[in-house]
Write a protein of this length. Structure first.
Length: 152
């Protein structure tokens, strides 16, 4: 899909705050309310905007401990990959999972309350998934940058 400069500005505004009114976006973009509404509907229909969410503060919901966990499967076969992916999406502590290149097969982003809860998660949930060969965990000391916005 080809975006004009107005689409880019609108997408940036929506990524900053999608709870503003169509009228507020129209004023910012110097467009009519109808024109903004139609652009938003087109962006939704084409899948450019896939959904709207509320971003929750991890500390407020007692999940401030962030872990990046590398996972290596025992073998990189289709069955093992399929099984792992089917099981890992069920784990509520895992907020992101990427199939990656390099020494490990996956990297997981995990939010829990503390080290004890992470150990419990590893022992009872993650390593209970069959065919995991090894894991390596890194603990976030400080979050330097975190954004969900995609630069346009």
């Amino acid at each position: 899909m080809i975006f004009d400069e107005t689409d880019r500005k609108l997408l940036s505004l929506l990524q900053q705050d999608c709870k503003r009114t169509t009228k507020e976006y129209a004023i910012s973009l110097n467009l009519s309310v109808t024109a903004v509404y139609e652009r938003i509907k087109r962006l939704e229909k084409t899948g450019t905007i896939s959904k709207y969410v509320a971003l929750v503060d991890k500390k407020q919901v007692e999940r401030p401990f962030t872990v990046l966990c590398h996972v290596k499967l025992a073998q990189h076969t289709k069955d093992y990959v399929t099984l792992f992916e089917r099981e890992v999406v069920k784990l509520k502590e895992v907020v992101e999972c990427y199939h990656i290149s390099g020494d490990y097969d996956y990297i997981l982003k995990i939010h829990v309350s503390d080290m004890e809860k992470y150990r419990e998660f590893m022992v009872s949930k993650l390593t209970a998934i069959h065919h995991i060969g090894s894991t390596q965990s890194s603990f976030v000391i400080a979050e330097v940058k975190h954004t969900t916005a995609i630069a346009l």
